[in-house]
Design a protein around this ligand. Structure first.
Ligand code: IYR
Length: 221
């Protein structure tokens, strides 16, 4: 095993009041983030997507294995193939595979099996988790806390998307194996989330939701 070499950590030097105002500024910026289901077809430059993915990939991960692959798709034909396959699965979900209680919980969001955003959004980012790695000599090498790590990277990604003035949807077609097949991913990768990225449609609407107040989500000891 290789020993890590260490460098001094150059922490940003902020006063307590600068810390507070920067915390509040980010809180306010992220308070306007919403999951959006109606996209514009306005293009987004490849360079922006590169940057969003670099930000996502800066997330912490178990033993710094970075157990993720981000597949960014702008090809119209591939987006159509993904839409067709996703809608086939979703049709089954909405017509029998989801419980009555689940359908009732989703009713306020107005979702159904139709997924037009999969062809309208200029980019689809399909996030894969890497369950393990294959070493150059063909051995399996373990990754650690893969779900936690990839979840964190997706959080960074959604934050970066919002910061860039773009919108996203955390879409979870189920089952997702069709993505593995269509994108010809290797055996160590499993689809994790499908995230359309772009601008909202001019007439985009979002459901009226309340976020839980601090008192309901935090306990101080
Ligand atoms: N995957 C389905 C159903 C769905 C499930 C949940 I939980 C949501 O928050 C939204 C939708 C779909 O994408 O329609």
């Amino acid at each position: 095993m290789q020993a890590a070499s260490f460098l001094p950590y150059n922490a940003p030097k902020l006063t307590a009041s600068e810390s507070q105002s920067r915390a509040l500024a980010l809180e306010e910026a992220l308070a306007s983030r919403r999951s959006v289901r109606s996209f514009s077809d306005k293009p987004v430059a490849r360079e922006v997507i590169d940057s969003l993915i670099r930000t996502a990939s800066s997330a912490p991960s178990g033993a710094h294995k970075q157990p993720w692959t981000f597949c960014a798709i702008s090809d119209a034909d591939l987006k159509q193939q993904i839409r067709t396959a996703a809608e086939k699965e979703e049709y089954e979900n909405y017509h029998g595979r989801m419980s009555e209680a689940w359908l009732e919980d989703l009713a306020p969001f107005g979702t159904d099996w139709n997924k037009p955003f999969l062809t309208i959004a200029p980019w689809l980012i399909v996030v894969f988790k890497r369950a393990f790695e294959i070493t150059p000599d063909g051995e399996k090498a373990k990754n650690y806390y893969v779900n936690e790590s990839v979840g964190l990277a997706c959080g960074f990604l959604l934050t970066a998307i919002h910061q860039a003035g773009l919108v996203s949807l955390t879409h979870t077609p189920s089952p997702m194996n069709f993505l593995h097949k269509l994108l010809e991913r290797p055996a160590n990768e499993r689809p994790f989330l499908l995230i359309p990225v772009g601008y909202p449609a001019d007439d985009a609407q979002v459901p009226q939701l309340q976020r839980k107040p601090l008192s309901e989500v935090a306990v101080f000891y």
